[in-house]
Write a protein that binds this ligand. Structure first.
Ligand SMILES: Nc1ncnc2c1ncn2[C@@H]1O[C@H](COP(=O)(O)OP(=O)(O)OP(=O)(O)O)[C@@H](O)[C@H]1O
Length: 320
């Protein structure tokens, strides 16, 4: 869907922001770009909607070289969400959300009805918030409006630059979870820039870990954590990557011990993350947590501390 072919960007002052970048984002996939400040993430993203043009190489959108596309027409197909959101201060939340559809000629009433639907979708009751002005919202609410506005034109592709950056960690995690739920229904093709590894892991179907101007590893979060491709990636993901892997590894039947006619007080469902399972284990004196079939609710087996260890090893072999 979005394909980078040997893309290099050198700024006029000689700075090489990205060099020889090649990767692909599949349709409906969410790829996170993560790396330290100045590594070229934003440059990468801005080349997709032609806010910046590459020095060499090609970027294809649905097989079409975007260098040949009209930038204005291109941007209609690509939603853009940035950290500062950039809402119009003199327009209400509803008007802000309806802006793009109205610009492209959707009748006013229809654009507003769609805007109200989207506000609802991002968790803002249009009856309560629709008539407010941006300054009457919290930072997290403004970011939701930014997401609703980007979705309003129903673009197949979304570019998101630190979209949940300006809020505290608790609100941030809630926004991330809501956004993931939303993405399950809208299935946009998304490039999301973040400097926060936890966010990249939580949101990305795949992660591009940037070094300086190049991608050091492009893989599923579990693979990056289980098998860092380079020493740089290993140090970027940190010595506690084993802990981070708990959140991206699911409990499978093979990890379980047989239930011995017991009725565990605490249980989790098969497919729960090891992190959830471990949290349950830690509050259970017996060191055994039941694991149930999510459909039937029947007990499938028991997870023990050894089982958690086994699951991590199994996942490591699968990812390597
Ligand atoms: N207009 C410009 N002219 C010259 N150099 C630039 C320009 N814009 C960005 N750069 C440089 O290109 C490199 C990559 O910048 P970019 O904004 O893509 O990084 P980033 O990974 O998004 O960083 P951050 O996380 O801090 O936003 C940096 O070294 C930056 O200083």
């Amino acid at each position: 869907m979005i394909r980078f072919e040997q893309v290099t960007k050198r700024y006029p002052d000689g700075t090489t922001a990205v060099e020889d970048l090649s990767f692909e984002v599949a349709e409906g996939e969410l790829v996170t770009l993560v790396g330290p400040s100045g590594c070229g993430k934003t440059t990468t993203m801005k080349m997709v909607n032609r806010l910046i043009d590459p020095t060499s190489g090609r970027i294809l959108l649905n097989g079409e070289d975007i260098a040949a596309a009209d930038p204005v027409e291109l941007r209609r197909r690509i939603g853009y969400v940035i950290q500062q959101v950039g809402l119009f201060p003199h327009k209400t939340v509803l008007e802000n959300t309806a802006t793009v559809p109205q610009l492209i000629g959707t009748p006013r009433a229809k654009a507003r009805a769609r805007a109200a639907e989207l506000l609802e979708l991002v968790g803002l009751d249009p009856a309560v918030y629709g008539g407010r002005y941006p300054e009457q919202l919290s930072g997290g609410q403004r970011q939701r409006v930014g997401v609703a506005r980007a979705l309003a034109a129903d673009p197949p592709v979304l570019l998101m630059d630190e979209p949940f950056g300006a809020v505290d960690p608790v609100v941030r995690e809630r926004l991330q979870n809501e956004f993931l739920t939303l993405q399950k229904t809208v299935r946009k093709t998304i490039l999301l820039v973040t400097h926060d590894l936890e966010e990249a892991i939580r949101l990305g179907d795949r992660i591009a870990v940037y070094g300086t101007g190049t991608i050091e590893q492009f893989a599923r979060p579990a693979a990056v954590l289980a098998a860092p491709a380079t020493a740089y990636v290993a140090s970027f993901v940190g010595a506690d990557r084993g802990l981070k892997r708990l959140a991206v590894t699911a409990v499978e039947a093979a990890d379980l011990a047989a239930a011995q006619g017991e009725d565990p007080a605490v249980s989790v469902e098969l497919g729960a993350t090891l992190r959830e399972a471990l949290a349950a284990l830690l509050q259970e004196d017996s060191g055994r947590v039941g694991v149930t079939d999510p459909r039937s609710g029947a007990l499938v087996g028991v997870l023990t501390p050894e089982g958690v260890h086994r699951a991590l090893r199994r996942a490591e072999l699968q990812e390597a």
